[in-house]
Ligand binder design. Structure first.
Ligand SMILES: [Zn+2]
Ligand SMILES: [Zn+2]
Length: 291
């Protein structure tokens, strides 16, 4: 059991539920009032900017957009485009992932991470819209929006209860509103709580999340023949997306892809990366952020 889950059991009483809900409501209402009164700030560094959901020049230019040549299967950037079309990376040729395409808007770095953390722990719902705006292009490249059904990677109900919302569902909802694609936040469920993946290697991550996801009882009726696009905030090792995609395969979907806001990309594949990936806390564990 994860540390966060144990913590939740302590507060399991009904009175405390109501208190938590009220607290959450007041916090959200208070933030809405504050957001309304204050000038827009850069979602990356907090300096005052001209418009809502706009990065300052410094943060914008530090974002690394993943729109170059990529593996046809897992969408990891490839150093060069090879002539003759679709090419898979070595990892996919050795062990094909259960999805067709897993693009992300940007490479995981300091600014991308701050945006994700502020949504996850600060409930900055404006950040979900910002992420969706930059994810719309890779989504369009995946396929026709009329055929797409966006499926956020679900949280276990305990974690949902403690956080009050699922950040991936907020992003999927914003994407749906922006692109007209359908979304179904309840197609996939988290069948069991999983330990934090932070600091774990790829094999260990695979083991932890194996069997963590299940389909909703009527999933086949909703998903059969559709192009399902899993939505998540951070694509680290891909273990979570692979486990989720494996569960979705039983839905009769025509195709399964995955789309994230930020993807961890090894240094060697980046041309202008200055972020130290060795210090990465992938899946951004249970880290807290102010605001
Ligand atoms: Zn900035
Ligand atoms: Zn690949």
């Amino acid at each position: 059991m994860a540390a966060g889950d144990a913590e939740i059991d302590v507060h399991g009483a009904t009175d405390s539920n109501a208190g938590q809900t009220l607290f959450r409501f007041l916090r959200t209402a208070g933030r809405a009032a504050v957001d309304y009164a204050l000038p827009p700030r850069c979602p990356g560094c907090g300096v005052i900017v001209g418009e809502d959901r706009q990065f300052c020049l410094s943060c914008w230019s530090s974002l690394h957009f993943l729109d170059g040549p990529a593996c046809a299967r897992c969408s990891i950037p490839l150093p060069t485009a090879l002539p003759g079309g679709a090419v898979e990376c070595g990892a996919c040729m050795a062990d094909a992932p259960p999805f067709d395409g897993a693009p992300a808007a940007v490479a995981y770095g300091p600014v991308a991470r701050t945006v994700a953390l502020r949504l996850k722990y600060g409930r900055r719902t404006g950040h979900a819209r910002l992420m969706a705006q930059l994810m719309a292009r890779p989504l369009a490249a995946l396929g026709r929006s009329e055929e797409v059904l966006l499926v956020p990677v679900p949280l276990h109900r305990w974690r949902l209860w403690s956080r009050g919302f699922n950040q991936a569902a907020l992003v999927a909802e914003a994407l749906a509103r922006l692109t007209g694609a359908a979304h179904d936040p309840h197609l996939l469920v988290r069948a069991r709580a999983t330990a934090a993946l932070r600091g774990k290697g790829r094999r260990e991550r695979e083991r932890i999340v194996a069997g963590a996801f299940a389909l909703a009882p009527d999933a086949r009726a909703r998903a059969a023949g559709r192009h399902l696009v899993l939505v998540d905030d951070v694509h680290a090792s891909g273990a979570t997306l692979r486990a989720a995609a494996r569960a979705l395969r039983r839905s009769g979907a025509a195709r399964i892809s995955a789309l994230s806001w930020a993807r961890v990309v090894p240094d060697a594949l980046m041309t202008s990366n200055i972020f130290d990936f060795a210090s990465l806390d992938s899946d951004i564990g249970d880290e807290r952020t102010a605001g």
